[in-house]
Design a protein around this ligand. Structure first.
Ligand code: PMP
Length: 380
């Protein structure tokens, strides 16, 4: 059957192709965005999982906005103001999709950092938004470009990942956070602050969410994918109280509500006394893996390859002195290492900085080292 007109320009994602190739025997994959499977906090969840059959009421239909005890806990934990509200969604990806379907008409302008998260490019592409890329520097988006874009009146939403950006690992400085918030306020642009990696900080000091400086115009997306497990598919969306009812209506039409048993499990997990220790161990682990990757890159590649240090998250952005990063990624596959070329992170027609996204959360230090050794055979 012919797909709907608005989908006809959506092409299969290049990342999916690479990820499919990356599962072949003998390939080391630094291509996915996978948290460490062997560190999922399943032992902290075991007792609650065993208890589930005694709670038939959790398996009934529930509220669209979320499982009330979880919402109450989260609103308290994140100090959601009374002028604001939170809802649960099926991963932050669903939150993004709900925002696009609730607030965008075809042709509405969405500013995004370039490069940017492909899942967001896909959502805004399907919403037929006009995407306006804003170049990203090592401490956040280009503020002059952002201001002239906002001043042009063409932008309704600004989508950003200020903490350990996917794909670059960039974390905005405090000054950039304040400046972006004041630009959003001054020009009446809504901010979507996507923060799935925020808790994965292994160096430096935690900085306030950008939305704390422009609370009246910001929607915040958070996720349990990186701190619990992605397969559980739970995230949350918060924003000004009167923006939420429309989002909740759209979610209702989409899936009625997210899984209640999973929400109950997540509530038990995040209130478990062992949970803060789990996050600390995860950050230590990622720090160790990141160091292993960064060390191997400087040993095997040396001069000419620039990888900006990161303070958290799961990704390193390796800038290449050659132009065709897609060709490099293809050649890397023949050496049995999978990486994602920068071209996957830019809107169509925007020229990509030559670079590769390398994931360091999923593989052990020795495997990361071996992956870099293989990559070096392509690059030098
Ligand atoms: N936003 C960003 C920036 C991401 O990198 C991802 C996935 N890795 C998501 C959202 C979607 O995450 P979730 O599993 O919560 O849907």
């Amino acid at each position: 059957m012919q797909v709907a007109t608005h989908l006809q320009h959506i092409h299969p994602s290049y990342i999916r192709e690479i990820l499919a190739a990356a599962t072949a025997e003998g390939i080391i994959s630094l291509a996915g965005g996978l948290p460490a499977t062997d560190r999922f906090p399943l032992s902290l969840m075991a007792e609650s999982i065993a208890e589930l059959p005694r709670h038939a009421e959790l398996f009934q239909y529930g509220e669209t906005a979320g499982y009330r005890p979880l919402l109450d806990h989260l609103e308290n934990l994140y100090q959601v103001a009374s002028s604001h509200r939170m809802m649960v969604c099926s991963g932050s990806q669903q939150g993004l999709d709900l925002i696009a379907r609730t607030f965008l008409n075809p042709g509405d302008g969405v500013a995004m950092e370039a490069p940017s998260y492909p899942g967001a490019l896909q959502v805004f592409g399907m919403a037929r938004a006009a995407i306006h890329p804003v170049q990203q520097h090592r401490d956040g988006p280009d503020l002059d470009a952002l201001e002239s874009l906002f001043a042009s009146g063409q932008v309704k939403l600004f989508y950003a990942v200020p903490d350990f950006h996917n794909p670059t690992g960039v974390c905005w400085t405090l000054e950039v956070r304040q400046k972006v918030a004041s630009l959003c306020d001054r020009y009446g642009v809504a901010l979507i602050e996507d923060a799935p990696y925020r808790e994965l900080r292994f160096a430096g000091k935690e900085l306030p969410l950008v939305s704390t400086f422009c609370p009246e115009r910001a929607l915040v997306l958070r996720s349990f994918s990186k701190i619990a497990t992605p397969g559980i598919r739970l995230g949350m969306l918060s924003g000004p109280r009167d923006w939420l009812p429309a989002l909740i209506r759209v979610k209702q039409a989409s899936d009625l509500h997210s899984s209640i048993p999973m929400q109950a499990l997540i509530l038990d997990l995040i209130t478990h006394p062992g949970f803060p220790g789990h996050i600390r161990q995860l950050c230590d682990l990622y720090s160790e893996r990141y160091q292993a990757l960064a060390t191997a890159l400087s040993e095997y590649l040396g001069e000419g390859f620039d990888a900006e240090p990161v303070q958290g998250g799961m990704f390193l952005w390796l800038k290449l002195p050659v132009l065709d990063s897609a060709a490099v990624a293809r050649a890397a596959l023949t050496k049995r290492v999978a990486v994602v070329p920068s071209t996957a992170f830019y809107p169509k027609g925007v020229s990509a900085e030559p670079a590769l996204r390398l994931n360091f959360s999923h593989e052990a230090p020795d495997t990361l080292r071996e992956a870099v050794r293989r990559l070096a055979r392509v690059l030098i």
